[in-house]
Write a protein that binds this ligand. Structure first.
Ligand SMILES: Nc1ncnc2c1ncn2[C@@H]1O[C@H](COP(=O)(O)OP(=O)(O)OP(=O)(O)O)[C@@H](O)[C@H]1O
Ligand SMILES: [Mg+2]
Length: 253
């Protein structure tokens, strides 16, 4: 499985340099953390990787493949999938239907087509539904298969989004605050699922505010502050870095 590599990536919004000359690697088979205070630029980085935002400078590569200019559906097709900080599900569709949409990344050409094509094309795909049920089983969500996704508790909706991302069969999975709003027990359970995903070779990027959670799961952590990468290393190294301590206490760097 390939690494995802960002080289000298920047994003300017008018007068704001939201991401500044960022270098980062997400290797296969492990969990890489991306942390930083609110507004640091974490989601902007993910939006650039996944083709939702154009880079101002720099490049994004998946192994040998340059995906810097790739459109969102091309990035997904290449093997990079994500979840959103603000959950994006089809609230009226069932949990199983929401998950099965993920399989279609390799069939249809755009997310819009996938969404629009849902009722007619997907109901005729028993094989995909069978695979969807297996995924639900793996995430401990089988009993919700036929529930409307919009009616689920927040933590369960997050799981549905994650299953949909996993259904695209990604090589790299970008998780933007996946355990936000979950209690400790739910978060720990999900952490176990993350470990299983990496054991199968997937490279995970975990954006997360809960430092303890990051410590438990990540081999390598990157720290963004005001758009700049101020530290990277093992969780232990990073947490003791004076620049990181200052960023989190709101002090001067
Ligand atoms: N589309 C946009 N247009 C203009 N400014 C933006 C846009 N998206 C993000 N920003 C700004 O870029 C900066 C970085 O935002 P971003 O959402 O990437 O931060 P974040 O690290 O994900 O924060 P949080 O932890 O709160 O989710 C912020 O100042 C934000 O207001
Ligand atoms: Mg964010």
């Amino acid at each position: 499985m390939p690494s995802l590599v960002l080289s000298n990536v920047s994003k300017r919004f008018g007068g704001l340099l939201a991401v500044s000359d960022v270098n980062m690697e997400v290797p296969p088979g492990q969990i890489t953390g991306l942390i930083g205070p609110n507004g640091a630029g974490k989601t902007t980085v993910v939006n650039m990787i996944t083709g939702l935002l154009k880079l101002t400078t720099g490049s994004v590569k998946l192994g040998e493949q340059d995906i810097t200019e790739a459109q969102a559906h091309e990035v997904a097709f290449a093997g990079v999938s994500r979840t959103f900080q603000n959950i994006r599900l089809l609230p009226e569709a069932t949990v199983l239907e929401n998950v099965v949409i993920g399989f279609h990344v390799h069939v249809k050409s755009s997310l819009f087509a996938q969404l629009v094509g849902l009722p007619s094309s997907l109901r005729e795909s028993p094989r995909l539904f069978e695979r969807g049920r297996q995924l639900l089983e793996r995430f401990g969500m089988s009993r919700y298969a036929d529930h409307p996704a919009g009616g689920l508790a927040y933590g369960h909706q997050r799981r549905v989004e994650m299953m949909r991302a996993v259904a695209t069969d990604p090589q790299i999975l970008l998780l933007d605050e996946p355990v936000a709003g979950m209690n400790d027990v739910e978060a720990t359970e999900l952490g176990q699922v993350f470990k299983e995903l990496t054991a199968s070779g997937i490279g995970l990027l975990l954006i997360e505010h809960n430092i303890r959670f990051v410590n438990q799961l990540c081999q390598q952590v990157y720290v963004l502050d005001s758009g700049a990468m101020i530290a990277s290393g093992s969780p232990q190294e990073v947490m003791h870095d004076p620049a990181v301590v200052a960023a989190y206490l709101g002090g001067k760097k």
